[in-house]
Structures are given as C-alpha cells and as structure tokens.
Design a protein around this ligand. Sequence first.
Ligand code: ZN
Length: 145
Amino acid sequence: MKRAATLSAADRRLIAAARAAIKCRYRDDWQEVGAALRTRSGKVFTGVNLDAYLGRMAVCAEAVALGRAVVDSGDAGIDTIVAVRHPPPTDKDRTIAVVSPCGACRELIFDYDRKARVIVPNGKSPKAVPIAELLPNKYTRGPER
Ligand SMILES: [Zn+2]
C-alpha cells in the first residue's frame, strides 16, 4: 500500500508542533529550525537545531528530535518527520515554513526508519514523501543487498 502524499490531520499537528518548538526557542543565528517527528507508536517529539561557535559541532533539529525520541521510547521508528525554518527578525515574511531535510539528516532518517515519511515543501501546501525518494543510491559500507 502506498502511503498518501497528502497530509492528514496528524501531519498538520506535527507541523504545528515543529512551529511551536522553534517559536518558543528561536534565537537569532543560534536556533532557527524546529522539527517534530511522530514515532510508529504515535508519540510526538520535537527538537530545535543547536548551532555552535565551532560549526562542525552544530546539530540539526531533526537529530535533536530523534535523540529525544530514542531516549524516551527506544528505537520506536519514525512514522513521519518535518522541519520548519523561523525567519530572521529582518524578514518581512513571518512565515515559519516547512523546509527539506539536509543531506545528513536524510541519511539519519533513513538509518532509523527506511519507511519514514518526510513532509517537504510543495508550493503552498506541503506534501509527504518516503525517505527513500529523497535519498536515491544511499551510501552503504559494503556491497548492496
Ligand atoms: Zn539536517
């Protein structure tokens, strides 16, 4: 069964949770992205990105949300995940819009649930796509199986 690209009420609540997280914890140049994931058991976990003076220490919002989920629920799988970006104070557009996961997060999401749905931008109405669609020819350490 192919899972729907159109968003459910639960998906819209997930976007709202990501927006609420970054709205609450926004810090210009430090925390700008919020994320929310729903585990396969239906629990929702949020995160915000953690920027750092040493850039390589920065952590994406999706990874923070996943870390909270793993600590609380173990490896419960990712049903659906979304990230949103808070605009800087200088932006006239105050929309906290859905953004695509970066390449590293695509790898991470796939590693924790190869069937995860990811909510991505799609004009005015975001849609959900399978993580595998966002990561063709995923890196593997050995021969492909
Ligand atoms: Zn990322």
